[in-house]
Design a binder for this molecule. Structure first.
Ligand SMILES: [Fe+2]
Ligand SMILES: [Fe+2]
Length: 159
């Protein structure tokens, strides 16, 4: 699969979970816990394949977007800390919903920046064939990717 199509599909999956969370009522504690667990898993895997595969390749192919990549890594970092806190937090906690709301705002902002300006530039820089190959690499990497956020783990490939 084309790498950018794969990443956009992940974004859609997460957006669906966000919408379900926003629709869940105040008393739907169990539903919210399940949704947040799914969000944690989806975003952990997604961040991992971007950081280990897509970001480094894209940065090399389109060096003028390097600042974007560096900002993206910092945005991932913040999101992972919030996810880490949500793992251990009860939906009964009065701050649970607020924390998820802020998480959603952060991720939506991040996704918009990736999709609006940056992906089109990366597509031009890499071309169809490379994007296919990177997409296949990312599909494989998903299988063994961490399912938890791990904010303190290295977020760039080891050389
Ligand atoms: Fe990202
Ligand atoms: Fe992304």
């Amino acid at each position: 699969m084309d790498a950018i199509v794969l990443l956009k599909n992940d974004h859609k999956t997460v957006e669906k979970l966000f919408k379900q969370f926003e629709k869940a009522g105040d008393d739907a504690k169990k539903t919210k816990r399940d949704l947040v667990d799914q969000i944690i898993e989806e975003l952990s895997v997604h961040a991992f394949i971007e950081e280990q595969i897509f970001y480094p390749v894209a940065r090399k192919a389109v060096p003028e977007t390097e600042d974007h990549v560096l900002e993206s890594l910092e945005e991932h970092h913040i999101v992972k800390w919030v996810l880490e806190e949500l793992r251990d937090m009860s939906p009964e906690d009065e701050r649970f919903d607020a924390k998820v709301t802020v998480l959603i705002e952060n991720v939506r902002h991040h996704v918009e920046e990736e999709e609006q300006d940056w992906f089109p530039e990366v597509r031009r820089g890499l071309g169809r064939k490379s994007l296919q190959e990177i997409g296949e690499q990312m599909e494989k990497a998903k299988i063994d990717a961490p399912r938890t956020p791990r904010p303190q783990a290295p977020d760039e490939p080891r050389l």
